[in-house]
Design a protein around this ligand. Structure first.
Ligand code: ADP
Ligand code: MG
Ligand code: MG
Length: 880
C-alpha cells in the first residue's frame, strides 16, 4: 500500500493523530464539527519519516502539495504567488504528542516583493501588508536559515529607537518597509543566499525546515524529558492565513476553558488586538485578560464562550484553544487538551465526573501519578513570610526558595552542584528549558499567564511567578533590582507561585494540606484498588504522616536509623567495641529502653495496623568513625607528643579504636557481614531488638492499643539463616509474651533481596509468614550494579543512550528482577497459599512498578510517606 503523505482538513479526524499530528488531527476534527477553521491540509508524519530516511522530500510529495494548493486557491478565491490577489498560508509543525513551543511555525508564507504590494492594495492597508512581510522574513530567517532571532530583534529595536517608540503599534508603513530591506540584507549576509522570491521555493524550504525542526536540540530534550519516541516525527500543516493584525477589529489570543492553575471553571486566557501569531505568548506586548474581550468585542466574546463549551464537551476535557479574530470574525486555529497543574487536574477531573462527562474510572486513569507528588509539596509558612517586595502573576502554584541565577546554563550548573536556585529571566524561551528543569522555581519580569515560562513551569509542577514588572533585570551583569533592592547572583529569593509574591531571603515552607478534590479522588481510588499501600517509616512522625496520607501499615521500619542519633551513637559504638560479652550486654541493656520507646511510638501512631520492623541491616563499621580520620588524628597526637615519654591514655585509646576499625574493615561491605549474617554471629543484638519490639507491643496492649508487629529478617540467602533467626524470635516471644501471644499476633518474615533467596523461595517460605521484596538490593545484586557507583556514572549513560529503557533502581526491571519476584511468589505460594507478599524498595512508589506488583499478585506496596497518595492512585489504575 502506498503511503499517505497528504490529507485535507476536511478528510481527517481526531483519531488520526498518529498520522496527522495532534494539531492536524484536531484541526480536522474542528473542521468536521463545522467550526470556523481556515482551510488547509496536513503533510503526514509518514512523509516526515520518509524525509528522514531519504534525507529529502519523498518523490511526488511536492506534486501533491501543488494540487492541494490549487484546491485551497479555489476555496479562497485567491492565488498563491499572485500579485493581484495573493493567497498566504502558514506552515505549522504539529507533532503527535503536544510539544508546545518546541518546534517551528512560519506565518504569511507567499509574500514577496510583488505580492506584498498586491496585499497592500487589496486591503488598502500597506502598513498591515508590510507588517506581515517583515514577520515572514524574520520567521523564515530563523526557521529555515537558522539565523538567531536576536539578530532580527536588534534591528527591530534600532528601528523603534529611531522612531522614538517602544511599541510595534506606532510603527508606520515606511518604517516596516525599511525594516524589510534591512532583514533581507541580514539574510543575505548570514545565510549567504537571498530571501526567496519564488513562493513555491518558500513553501518547499519551509516544509523541509519544519521536518528538520523535529530534531532540533530543544525538541530532543523535550522528548527525552517526556518520554516521547524519536521515531514519531512531526506532521506539517499548511493553512490559509487569517489576519489578527489587520486592524483594531482584529486580534489573536489563547484561552483555556478552565483556569489551568486552579481548575476553576472560568474562561481563562489572554488576547491582543491588532496582533499576530506568537505576539501573545512571546511577551512582546503585555496581553489583555480575556474577560476584557467581553467589553471590546462582545459578539466575538460570546461566540468564544460557546466554542469553549462545545469543544470541552466534545473532547471531554479542558481545552487550550488558539484563536484569531479577523475584522470581527472569529476563527479557531488550534485546540488541544490543556496542560494544567496537579491541583487543577484534580479539580477538573472531579468536576467532569460530577458533570456526568467522565466516569470515576476514567477520571482516575487521567490522574498523572507524578502530579500527586507536587500536590503534597510545601507552601509558604505565612506566619514567617515577610512582606512581598513585588508581586507578579501567579503562574504556577507552590512556593520555592533558592539562590538567584540569571541564565539557564547557570541554573543547570548550580543545580548540578547541589544548590537550590531560582531562575530569574526577563522571559524564558524554549532554549531555557534545561534551566527551568534545574531550578526550584522561575521568576520572570515579562510575559503573561500563557507565556512560555508559565506554561512550561505548570507542566513541570514548578512554582512560577511571571510578568513581575517591578523587576528590572540585567542578565549580562548577572543582577537585578526591585525598587531600590539589588538582587545579585547567589542571593536568596523566595517566590510564591500561588499568589505571585516575590520575597528576599529564604522563607520557611510548610507542609501542604490535601485538597477536598484530592481526598475525593483518593476515595474513589480506594474503592477500586485491590492492593494495599504501606509506607516506609523509621520514626513516629513519618508513621503519623504516612497514615494521614492513607497508609495502611508500615512496610519497612529501618532500625539502624534509630541508632544514628547523637545520644545513641556512643552507646552503639560501646556495644560494637566491647571486648567481652558482659561489656556488650551492658551496652545493649542501655539501648533496649531507647529502642523500645521508638517502637512504642510507631505502634501507637499506626494503631493496630501492621508495622514491619527490619532488624539491624548495615555492617557494624558504619557506626564507627572513619579510619582515615582516626589515623590522621593519631599522627597529629604523636607529633604533638614527640619527645615525651611514658604512656598516653588518649593515644592508647585511639590505637585500640584503629585496631578495631581495621578489624571490621571489609573490602566489599555491601556483600559482607551485614543483615542476618550479623544476627547469626551476634544474636544478642537481634535479641535486644526483638525484646524491644515485644516490650513495646505489651505496653501498647496494656493501654488498649492494638498492635501487629511483623519482624523482618534482612538479607537471607539460605533457608537455614531464616530458620535460626526465626527460632530466636519465637524464643524471645515465648519468654516475654506468655498468655498474650495470641493478642500480639506477631509475624516473622524475610526480605527477599538476594537472588538466591528468590530462587530457593520454597525452602525459605517454610520459616516465613511473609515475604517483602527488597527491590533496591535485589536489583543491585541481580544486575551486579553497585547502586552507589552506578547512578551518575555508567547507568546515566546507559539510560541516555537507551541501552536500558529505564533506570532499574527507579522502574522495576520486569524481565530480570521481575522474573525473580514472580518465580519466588509463585513457588512460595504453592507451598503456602496465604503467604503475605509485598515490595518495600524505591519501586513501591513508582507507578509502572506498582502495576507490575499488581500483575504479580503481591498484597501490598510500601513507599515513602509522600508517595502514599500516588501509590493509592497507581494501584487503582492497575485495576482499570
Ligand atoms: P505552536 O505549535 O508553536 O503553537 P502554531 O502552529 O500553533 O505554533 O502557530 C502559532 C500561532 O500562529 C497560532 O497560535 C496562531 O496565532 C498563528 N497562526 C498559525 N497559523 C495561522 C493561520 N493560518 N492564520 C493566522 N494565524 C495563524
Ligand atoms: Mg505556540
Ligand atoms: Mg499553537
Amino acid at each position: 500500500m502506498s503511503k499517505q503523505w497528504l490529507m485535507h482538513f476536511y478528510e481527517g479526524n481526531q483519531s488520526l493523530a498518529g498520522l496527522l499530528g495532534g494539531k492536524g488531527a484536531n484541526l480536522a476534527e474542528m473542521t468536521r464539527a463545522g467550526l470556523a477553521v481556515p482551510p488547509g491540509f496536513t503533510l503526514t508524519t509518514e512523509a516526515c519519516r520518509a524525509y528522514y530516511i531519504e534525507s529529502r522530500l519523498p518523490d511526488g510529495l511536492l506534486a501533491e502539495v501543488r494540487e492541494a494548493m490549487a484546491e485551497l486557491e479555489q476555496s479562497k478565491g485567491q492565488r498563491f504567488g499572485d500579485a493581484a490577489s495573493p493567497l498566504l498560508v502558514s506552515v505549522r509543525s504539529g507533532s503527535v504528542t503536544s510539544m508546545p513551543g518546541m518546534m517551528d511555525t512560519i506565518l504569511n508564507l507567499g509574500l514577496n516583493d510583488d505580492t506584498v504590494e498586491g496585499l497592500a492594495a487589496a486591503t488598502k492597508n500597506p502598513r498591515f501588508a508590510y507588517d506581515c512581510y517583515r514577520r515572514l522574513i524574520q520567521m523564515f530567517g530563523s526557521v529555515v536559515f537558522g539565523i538567531e532571532g536576536a539578530w532580527f530583534e536588534k534591528k527591530l529595536h534600532a528601528l523603534k529607537q529611531a522612531a522614538g517608540t517602544e511599541s510595534d503599534q506606532d510603527i508606520q508603513a515606511q518604517d516596516w518597509q525599511e525594516l524589510i530591506g534591512t532583514y533581507k540584507a541580514l539574510i543575505l549576509k548570514r545565510a549567504g543566499v537571498p530571501f526567496p522570491q519564488d513562493v513555491y521555493e518558500q513553501l518547499r524550504l519551509a516544509v523541509e525546515a519544519v521536518f528538520r525542526s523535529w530534531n532540533n536540540q530543544r525538541a530532543q530534550i523535550y522528548r527525552r524529558l517526556n518520554g516521547i519516541p524519536d521515531e514519531q516525527g512531526t506532521a506539517v500543516n499548511i493553512q490559509a492565513m487569517v489576519f489578527g493584525n489587520l486592524n483594531e477589529e482584529s486580534g489573536t489570543g489563547v484561552v483555556f476553558t478552565r483556569n489551568p492553575s486552579t481548575g476553576e471553571r472560568v474562561l481563562f486566557g489572554e488576547y491582543l488586538t491588532n496582533a499576530q501569531g506568537e505576539d501573545v505568548v512571546a511577551g512582546v506586548r503585555t496581553p489583555q485578560p480575556i474577560a476584557k474581550l467581553a467589553g471590546d468585542m462582545p459578539a466575538v466574546y460570546d461566540k468564544l464562550v460557546g466554542m469553549a463549551e462545545l469543544l470541552e464537551r466534545h473532547y471531554r476535557d479542558m481545552q487550550d484553544i488558539e484563536f484569531t479574530v479577523e475584522n470581527g470574525t472569529l476563527y479557531m486555529l488550534q485546540t488541544r487538551n490543556g496542560k494544567r497543574t496537579a491541583q487543577a487536574a484534580m479539580r477538573i477531573g472531579v468536576e467532569l465526573v460530577q458533570a456526568g462527562i467522565l466516569t470515576k474510572e476514567e477520571a482516575l486513569l487521567r490522574v498523572e501519578p507524578s502530579h500527586l507528588d507536587q500536590l503534597l509539596h510545601p507552601s509558604l509558612d505565612e506566619s514567617e513570610a515577610p512582606a512581598a517586595l513585588a508581586t507578579g502573576l501567579p503562574a504556577s502554584p507552590g512556593a520555592a526558595c533558592g539562590q538567584a541565577v540569571f541564565t539557564a546554563d547557570e541554573a543547570d550548573a548550580w543545580a548540578r552542584a547541589g544548590k537550590a536556585v531560582i531562575l530569574v529571566r526577563t522571559e524564558t524561551t524554549p532554549e531555557d528549558i534545561h534551566g527551568v528543569l534545574a531550578a526550584r522555581g522561575v521568576l520572570t519580569s515579562r510575559g503573561g499567564m500563557t507565556s512560555h515560562a508559565a506554561v512550561v513551569a505548570r507542566g513541570m509542577g514548578k512554582p512560577c511567578v511571571c510578568g513581575c514588572e517591578l523587576l528590572a533585570i540585567d542578565s549580562e551583569e548577572k543582577q537585578a533590582s526591585i525598587g531600590g533592592t539589588a538582587i545579585r547572583e547567589g542571593d536568596w529569593l523566595t517566590i510564591d507561585g500561588a499568589t505571585g509574591r516575590v520575597m528576599i531571603g529564604e522563607v520557611p515552607l510548610k507542609e501542604a494540606d490535601m485538597s477536598a478534590e484530592l481526598q475525593l479522588m483518593l476515595e474513589w481510588a480506594d474503592d477500586v484498588r485491590q492492593m494495599k499501600v504501606y509506607a516506609n517509616a523509621d520514626n513516629p512522625e513519618d508513621a503519623a504522616k504516612a497514615r494521614s496520607f492513607g497508609a495502611e501499615g508500615v512496610g519497612l521500619c529501618r532500625t539502624e536509623h534509630m541508632f544514628l542519633s547523637p545520644q545513641r551513637l556512643p552507646i552503639v559504638q560501646e556495644m560494637i567495641l566491647a571486648d567481652s560479652d558482659a561489656a556488650r550486654g551492658a551496652a545493649l541493656e542501655k539501648l533496649l529502653p531507647m529502642q523500645q520507646e521508638d517502637f512504642d511510638a510507631i505502634f501507637r501512631a499506626m494503631a493496630g495496623l501492621p508495622v514491619t520492623v527490619r532488624l539491624l541491616d548495615p555492617p557494624l563499621h558504619e557506626f564507627l568513625p572513619n579510619l582515615e580520620e582516626l589515623v590522621a588524628r593519631h599522627a597529629q597526637l604523636t607529633a604533638a607528643r614527640s619527645g615525651a615519654s611514658g604512656p598516653d591514655a588518649e593515644l592508647q585509646k585511639l590505637e585500640f579504636l584503629i585496631r578495631k576499625v581495621r578489624g571490621l574493615h571489609e573490602v566489599n561491605p555491601m556483600l559482607g557481614q551485614r543483615g542476618c549474617r550479623l544476627g547469626i554471629l551476634f544474636p544478642e543484638i537481634y535479641s535486644m531488638q526483638i525484646e524491644a519490639i515485644f516490650g513495646a507491643a505489651l505496653a501498647c496492649l496494656n493501654d488498649g492499643v492494638d498492635v501487629s508487629p511483623e519482624i523482618m529478617i534482612p538479607l537471607v540467602g539460605h533457608a537455614n539463616e531464616l530458620r535460626i533467626m526465626r527460632g530466636l524470635v519465637d524464643e524471645v516471644a515465648d519468654s516475654m509474651l506468655g498468655d498474650l501471644q495470641a493478642q500480639v499476633n506477631y509475624r516473622v518474615g524475610t526480605m527477599i533481596e538476594v537472588p538466591r533467596a528468590a530462587l530457593t523461595a520454597p525452602q525459605i517460605v517454610q520459616h516465613a509468614d511473609f515475604f517483602s521484596f527488597g527491590t533496591n538490593d535485589l536489583t543491585q545484586m541481580t544486575f551486579g550494579y553497585s547502586r552507589d557507583d552506578a547512578e551518575g556514572k555508567f547507568l546515566t549513560h546507559y539510560v541516555d543512550s537507551k541501552l536500558l529503557p529505564d533506570n532499574p533502581f527507579q522502574v522495576l526491571d520486569r524481565d530480570g528482577v521481575g522474573q525473580l519476584i514472580e518465580l519466588a511468589v509463585t513457588r512460595a505460594r504453592a507451598a503456602k497459599p496465604k503467604l503475605k507478599t509485598g515490595v518495600c524498595g524505591e519501586h513501591g512508589g513508582d507507578p509502572k512498578s506498582i502495576r507490575f506488583c499488581r500483575e504479580t499478585g503481591l498484597d501490598y506496596v510500601s513507599c515513602s510517606p509522600y508517595r502514599v497518595p500516588l501509590a493509592r492512585i497507581a494501584a487503582a489504575q492497575a485495576e482499570i
